[in-house]
Design a protein around this ligand. Structure first.
Ligand SMILES: Nc1ncnc2c1ncn2[C@@H]1O[C@H](COP(=O)(O)OP(=O)(O)OP(=O)(O)O)[C@@H](O)[C@H]1O
Length: 664
């Protein structure tokens, strides 16, 4: 067909119609008939038509090859006249460049090409640029507000007298394989914020690009000062830190506990992060790691303190809720993916290794029937949270050979006394901090923080008039006088104060009756606990008495020592048999648990996500009217000075039992 069109084209150009018609007749039998038909019925010259088509084809081929040549020349010039640096999609620098572009170029240009997003944004580079749109929960708005973000494929800008071009490379294969392939990048797909970038600069030196990258990093550092970056692993099958949450910075002063302990903790971390300390550790062959255990009743500020410390030291916080970690291999992969300098928060560490501990307890017990009744309430609480990670898996990631150096691990637990000694040994846990119930002084500070002016000096939005400082101070004193030392958790006090958010006067006036009511509930709960313990004790005694009577009766039938020995042997065998059956049943239950766990994985992932977000929110969920968190078994010391790996004692001073505000 092409040769026919070419022939038609040549003949038209040569104006030689007769020759071309003959040639065409030779190549296409019946061409003259067709031509006659066209002439007679349509009044068209078929040769002319074919010639026109040939010319159009030639023009398009020409245009295509010109385009290709143009593109080659463009890239040749670009290569010749520009220097460039490429950045991978998953590199943090990539996000920082986007972040800078968002703030300095894209938004300022007043871009007319936007992308819309109604889901949570995975990449912090884009979320920095989000125009904050509050969801109106009062009107039960369920939908996420739509976020409009700038988009770009290639953008030009001038920075410090240099001309730059940043190109976002779309990687999605569907884009390349489709007809969209020639569509400019800004129309071809909404950016996810993790596409590779190429940064080009007019000139033959990469130095201006390096300087530009430094500017982007400094800008990101500044922005981070106002936020804490929290990373979580949402999807356990991914085994990556896939989600970023930006939390507003929480100043350390807003977490109330013993000021001396707080200072020593800050000094300890400061010292650890010092470059000389790293050198010291390295030269002496000591693994450069630091671990802390924060323990105490729920709602005493363990998570809040971790967030505040991350902000104080400008570290990213990597959060793992231990009961939700699928197994040791996931834990190991997550730990391997940690950056060298960061803060890792392992929440509810007591959930690890529960099975091992409960079995050990069974093994070591003499009388199996007494076992269950011996379990304390806290034991059963402990058994409720479960983790498929083993203790050895956890120990391995904390200080195994493959474990990263340079990070700080914070572990939290409500049941520190139950933790395995291997876990809390120096080198893994260098310091233990007890966060307990609130003191009067801390409750006074909390009152002032709740009702004082905002950081910028303005009255909180929902209170038109800000009380004068001396009046507020007096109210805070009146309020704290009624708060009994070491009875309430800070979360309880915060919950109470939030009920009177717009009226400090009412908060101070009504605290007395609130305290009375809470104390009454605490006493009632204690009484109930006492009664339950007494009844358990009675039952145990009765069981023992019945057992002894049974034994005495059996012994009556045995006259000689041999008979008695035989009886003893028989009883031993029976006991062994019973234990074997019990172990078998337990294994079956465990197998069933594992299958169920797999099914529940997906649901748990979602729950975990919600739990993490909830926890990172105001924490109101922990604030109930129930007198929870009242623990009788306080540890003997709230801070245990632990020796480091080579046996050198850590330098934290001894402190009092109540770590929360006790020093005021
Ligand atoms: N010491 C404290 N100072 C100030 N606020 C506190 C303190 N303790 C708790 N809160 C408040 O109580 C809420 C719950 O605190 P947080 O989650 O840090 O407690 P937690 O000890 O980690 O609890 P859990 O053991 O249940 O995980 C938060 O909103 C926090 O602001």
């Amino acid at each position: 067909m092409n040769s026919i069109l070419a022939l038609a084209g040549t003949s038209l150009l040569n104006n030689d119609r007769s020759t071309s018609a003959e040639d065409l007749e030779q190549r296409i039998p019946g061409f003259s008939m067709l031509q006659d038909f066209f002439k007679k019925w349509l009044r068209l010259d078929l040769t002319t038509l074919l010639t026109a088509a040939a010319l159009m084809g030639a023009a398009s081929t020409g245009a295509q090859s010109m385009q290709e040549t143009g593109s080659k020349m463009y890239w040749w010039i670009v290569r010749f006249l520009t220097a460039s640096i490429s950045i991978a999609g998953n590199d943090r620098l990539n996000r920082e460049v986007l972040n800078w572009l968002g703030a300095h170029v894209l938004l300022k240009k007043g871009t007319r090409i936007l992308t819309a997003n109604s889901e949570s944004i995975r990449n912090d580079a884009w979320s920095y640029r989000r125009v904050s749109q509050e969801r109106n929960d009062y009107h039960h708005e369920k939908r996420m507000p739509v976020q409009y973000l700038p988009t770009f494929g290639t953008t030009w800008f001038i920075h410090k007298r240099n001309i730059f071009m940043v190109r976002r490379i779309l990687t999605s294969s569907s884009h390349y394989n489709s007809a969209w392939a020639r569509t400019p990048d800004e129309y071809a797909g909404a950016p996810e914020g993790d596409e590779p970038l190429v940064i080009m600069c007019l000139g033959r030196s990469v130095e201006p690009i390096k300087r530009f990258l430094n500017t982007c990093r400094e800008f990101a550092d500044k922005q981070r000062e106002a936020y804490i970056t929290v990373r979580i692993s949402k999807r356990s099958y991914d085994e990556t830190w896939d989600t970023t949450i930006l939390r507003p910075l929480r100043p350390l002063q807003t977490v109330h506990f013993d000021e001396k302990i707080k200072e020593s903790l800050v000094a300890d971390i400061d010292n650890y992060l010092d470059v000389n300390t790293r050198k010291f550790y390295n030269r002496r062959g000591i693994p450069y790691r630091r671990g802390f255990l924060l323990y105490g009743p729920p709602g005493t500020g363990k998570t809040s303190l971790s967030l505040a410390l991350a902000g104080r030291f400008g570290l990213e916080l990597y959060l793992l809720h231990m009961p939700s970690v699928r197994d040791d291999s996931v834990l190991e992969k997550l730990f391997t993916a940690l950056p060298p300098r960061c803060l890792v928060l392992l929440e509810d560490i007591d959930a690890v290794g529960i099975k091992r501990r409960s079995r050990n307890r069974d093994d070591s017990s003499d009388t199996e029937s007494d076992d269950d009744s011996d379990k304390s309430d806290s034991d059963s609480d402990l058994d409720r949270g479960r983790s498929n990670c083993t203790l050895s898996g956890l120990l391995n990631v904390l200080d195994g050979v493959a474990s990263q150096e340079g990070r700080i691990v914070l572990m939290t637990s409500n049941f520190a006394e139950k933790l395995d000694k291997a876990l809390v040994r120096p080198g893994r846990v260098d310091k233990m901090l007890y966060l307990g119930h609130i003191s009067q002084r801390s409750s006074e500070l909390m009152f002032l923080r709740m009702f004082g002016p905002d950081a910028d000096g303005a009255a909180p939005a929902d209170r038109a008039v800000q009380l004068p400082q001396d009046q507020l101070q007096q109210l805070a004193l009146d309020f704290s006088k009624h708060i009994l030392d070491d009875v309430f958790t800070p979360a309880q006090i915060q919950g109470y104060l939030l009920n009177y958010r717009d009226s400090p006067v009412d908060a101070a006036a009504k605290v007395e009756s609130w305290v009375q009511e809470e104390v009454r509930m605490i006493e009632a709960a204690k009484e109930k606990e006492k009664k339950a313990a007494e009844s358990k004790k009675k039952k145990r005694k009765e069981r023992k008495r019945r057992k002894a009577a049974k034994l005495a009766e059996a012994m009556r039938d045995y006259d000689s020592d041999e008979d008695l020995e035989e009886l003893r042997q028989r009883m031993k065998e029976e006991k062994k048999k019973k234990k074997g059956q019990k172990d078998e049943t337990e294994e079956k239950v465990e197998d069933k648990d594992t299958t169920e766990n797999k099914d529940k994985d997906k649901a748990e992932d979602e729950e975990k996500d919600e739990a993490s977000s909830d926890k990172l929110d105001t924490g109101n969920a922990t604030l109930g009217k129930t007198p929870n968190g009242v623990s009788d078994d306080k540890p003997a010391k709230d801070e245990v000075n632990a020796a480091d790996e080579n046996g050198a004692a850590a330098e934290v001073p001894e402190t009092k039992t109540n770590g929360v505000g006790g020093g005021h």
